[in-house]
Structure formats: structure tokens, C-alpha cells
Design a binder for this molecule. Structure first.
Ligand code: SF4
Length: 458
């Protein structure tokens, strides 16, 4: 995969306003409330523990000492200044971390070793990346355009939004790729079933059509019939469903693959880790035998190479350092954006409110629903709908039930009433939940009006 270890920072970029929808790369950092932000997509999505450790050290030296893993499994360094972005770029180069360039092509975090996957999607992802890079003139595509190539498996990407998605399906004569447009796998519009040998050319044809619509066009903007017309003669009609039979397994936990290999999944608490804790953790897991770190959606890391005993030791260490290590950790079920102090648009200290929610309303966080805490209506942490979304507002906090951060809220509370409002939501579930019923089912049964009343009483 074409990569660039040390992109030369554009000296003018930090002062220039970012175009909406652009990506904050090393070459074009984004101005946020706590300085410049750089997002990195490692070319292989796999790092040695020492490489990630070097990045954590660089985040402390050049940024604010916080390293983030995004909801899509990318890395972010915050709190940079225009003068020290080049230092970060040099440190990344010296660490040997290759940074992916061009269109984001994403594969599941354990691609190639997930023994439940239908096919390893990485060769197709590589071939597509090479084919796109070889186009002359290059395609002018939306900066945030993303392509998911998903071979299935326990850690599939059905819940991740993509512009274009190729999902492996078993067919009578082997494996085919179902191409779909926009959204999560659940919401995506199926276009066609492509054989392995037609997958790259078929996807390129659709990408060309998108590029012809302008460099802001996204998968959701492409007419389904137009997309199908690009594939006449080289594709079959789409299958009825592209959803995996099972939901993706949560990253946090100690997993055993079908071949007996142990994989330790840890999550960053509210998407962030301080550099000192992460560095200490990585040094120790390397001593224990970890050979590879895979970045994972949901702000996670997979550690490979540990035997079961070493993985258990590493898991206990991760817990002591504040990482999420288990599927039932209530923090797994809260999505937060950067919040005040880190984003100029924020009207909520999202990480602090997340901690408050864990303390005041643990009943909500049984894993059946996602609570989304958004500093403003843009909803960066979760573009899709959530059962409960708390949005920062000029005069307090707004609650959206079953919607995105940008829809009209059901109810508001001021800052003083927030803890009580959250506690009332928790109590609503605790007092009304039937035996064995989930928080989500209980809230659905009670309805948005009852939820709003409970919150408002805060
Ligand atoms: S949702 Fe709003 S406050 Fe949060 S990171 Fe995005 S723009 Fe900033």
C-alpha cells in the first residue's frame, strides 16, 4: 500500500481555516479548541508495540500528552502548535510508522487472522489502493470518502458507516463481493454482486461516477440506478441482505480465535489514553511477548502474540491503568466527542459528563444501548442515531431520544440539574425494568415522553 512516513507539513495550513469535511492529516492539521489536531491512519493498521509507544512519547513531547483512537480506529494527536507539527512528523518517520495516503480503505481489525472471516479482505484492499493510486489523472474524491472491504468474521464492520462497502458473501461458486452505497451495512443500499476478478474494476467505475459529481460527492449522493448502470455486464443482482448473522463482538475482552490463539482487546476510556499510561502499558506487554497492535473501531486496540497467561497479566495491567478490558464495562457504551477544552465548538465537557453518567446512571449502560454525549449538534462521535443522545447547548444540555445529535431535542436541563436528571433516567430503568429486560427494551416500552419527563425532573 502506498504510504508516506513523514509527510512534509504545510507551513501555511495551520493558519488556514479547514474546509468542512476535510481530514486533519499531518500535512493539514485541523485547528481545534486545544490547538492543532492530526489524525493518522497507519498504512497497515498494525503497529509494533514500540512504534505505538514512540507515537505516545511524541504526543507528550509535541502535543498535549493525550493519544486518541477514534471510533473508526484511527490515531489522533491533539494540542499541537504550528511550530511543532514538523517535530511530530519527524518522530513518526523515525519510529518507522508508515501513514496511509489517499482514499481511506478500511478492513476489519483482525483481517487475515480472524478465523471466522469468509475471506481475507486485505489483498483486495491493497489491489484497490494500488489501482486508485495509478489513475492518471487522479480521481478528485471527497476527502472523507471511505471504502470498507469486509471479509466478515467476529469483528466485522457492519456498524461502521462507509460511502462504498464491499462485503464478502459465500456463494454457490465461492466468494463474491456485495457492493453497497452509504450508511452502515444495515442502512446501505445494495448495488450489485461482484466476482473477485471484477471487484476492483467495478468499484473504480463507481468511484469515477462519484468523482464526476464533484469532489464533495459521497456514497449517499449517488443514485442507485446510476451506480447499477456502471456495472452492467460485470455484476449480478445484489443479494437480499448484507448483514452478518451475528453482531460484531465488542473489542474489550480476552478473545480466543478458532485456532486457539489468544487476542487481548482493550479499549481507551472515552477514546483517550494519556501518553504516560500508554507507554508504560506498551513496554510491559512487549516484555510479555506482544508482537503486534491492531487498531480497532470503537477506540480499541488488539494485542497479538501473547500466550494466554501473558494476556491475562496484560489484561490486569490494562485495568489498573484505566483501560476498558471487559465487554460489561459501562464505559464501552458511551460515545463521546472531544468536548470543551479540546474543540472550539463544544458546549459540554463530554469526558466529565461521561464519568458522571457512569456514576449516576449505571442502569442505562448494560450494553443494550449507546449513550452519545456530543459537545454540539454536529455529532462527530456518532453520526448515526443513538437511543440516548445528550447534546451541549448554550444554556445547558439537550436530550435526544432515538435520534442523532442534530435533530430536535425532546427536553433540556441546565448544568446544575444534570446529575439529578441522569440519576432519574437510571432510576426510570431500575424501577420499571421487568426481570431479564434490557435498558433499551425498557426505555422503548416506556416511550420518549416518559423518558423526557424523567430527565426534565432533574
Ligand atoms: S460534536 Fe461538536 S463539540 Fe464535539 S468534536 Fe464535533 S464539532 Fe466539536
Amino acid at each position: 500500500m502506498t504510504s508516506c512516513a513523514t509527510p512534509r507539513p504545510d507551513a501555511a495550513a495551520p493558519d488556514a481555516p479547514m474546509r468542512r469535511g476535510a481530514c486533519p492529516s499531518l500535512a493539514k492539521p485541523m485547528q481545534t479548541g486545544d490547538g492543532l489536531l492530526v489524525r493518522l491512519r497507519p498504512a497497515t493498521r498494525s503497529l509494533a508495540p514500540a512504534e505505538l509507544g514512540a507515537l505516545a512519547v511524541a504526543a507528550e513531547r509535541f502535543g498535549n500528552g493525550i493519544l486518541e483512537v477514534t471510533a473508526r480506529g484511527n490515531l489522533q494527536v491533539r494540542g499541537l502548535t504550528p511550530a511543532n507539527v514538523s517535530g511530530l512528523a519527524s518522530a513518526i518517520g523515525e519510529a518507522g510508522i508508515a501513514v496511509a495516503e489517499g482514499v481511506a480503505i478500511e478492513t476489519p481489525p483482525l483481517a487475515g487472522i480472524d478465523t471466522d472471516e469468509i475471506i481475507d479482505p486485505r489483498p483486495l484492499a491493497f489491489a484497490l489502493h494500488e489501482a486508485i493510486a495509478a489513475l492518471d489523472p487522479p480521481l478528485k474524491l471527497a476527502p472523507k470518502l471511505s471504502i470498507i472491504i469486509d471479509g466478515g468474521g467476529r469483528f466485522h464492520l457492519d456498524d461502521i458507516i462507509a460511502d462504498l462497502r464491499l462485503k464478502a458473501l459465500k456463494t454457490e461458486d465461492g466468494v463474491a463481493w456485495l457492493l453497497s452505497l452509504g450508511g452502515t451495512a444495515h442502512a446501505a443500499r445494495p448495488v450489485a454482486l461482484l466476482d473477485q476478478r471484477e471487484a476492483v474494476s467495478g468499484l473504480l467505475a463507481v468511484l469515477r461516477r462519484l468523482a464526476a459529481m464533484g469532489d464533495a460527492a459521497r456514497g449517499r449522493d449517488l443514485d442507485l440506478e446510476v451506480a447499477k448502470s456502471e456495472l452492467v455486464g460485470r455484476a449480478r443482482p445484489p443479494a437480499a441482505s448484507i448483514l452478518s448473522a451475528e453482531s460484531a463482538v465488542p473489542v474489550a475482552g480476552l478473545h480466543t480465535l478458532a485456532d486457539g490463539a489468544a487476542v487481548l482487546g482493550v479499549g481507551l476510556a472515552f477514546a483517550q489514553a494519556d501518553a504516560a499510561s500508554l507507554t508504560a502499558f506498551l513496554r510491559k506487554v512487549e516484555e510479555l511477548g506482544a508482537t503486534e497492535i491492531r487498531l480497532a473501531p470503537g477506540h480499541g486496540l488488539f494485542l497479538l502474540g501473547l500466550d494466554r497467561e501473558a494476556a491475562a497479566i496484560a489484561q490486569r495491567l490494562a485495568f489498573s491503568l484505566g483501560f476498558r478490558i471487559a465487554p460489561d464495562d459501562p464505559r464501552n457504551h458511551i460515545a463521546t466527542c472531544a468536548g470543551t477544552g479540546a474543540c472550539a465548538s463544544a458546549m459540554m465537557e463530554t469526558k466529565a459528563v461521561a464519568r458522571l453518567m457512569v456514576e449516576a446512571a449505571p442502569e442505562l449502560l448494560d450494553g443494550s444501548l449507546t449513550a452519545h454525549l456530543s459537545g454540539c449538534p454536529k455529532g462527530c462521535a456518532r453520526p448515526s442515531s443513538a437511543e440516548l443522545t445528550l447534546v451541549g447547548a448554550p444554556s445547558g444540555y439537550a436530550l435526544v431520544v432515538n435520534g442523532t445529535a442534530s435533530v430536535a431535542p425532546s427536553v433540556y436541563t441546565d448544568a446544575n440539574g444534570l446529575k439529578t436528571a441522569l440519576a432519574h433516567l437510571g432510576a426510570l430503568v431500575r424501577k420499571n425494568k421487568d426481570a431479564g429486560e434490557s435498558a433499551r427494551s425498557c426505555l422503548t416500552r416506556l416511550g420518549a415522553a416518559r423518558i423526557a419527563v424523567a430527565f426534565e425532573q432533574g
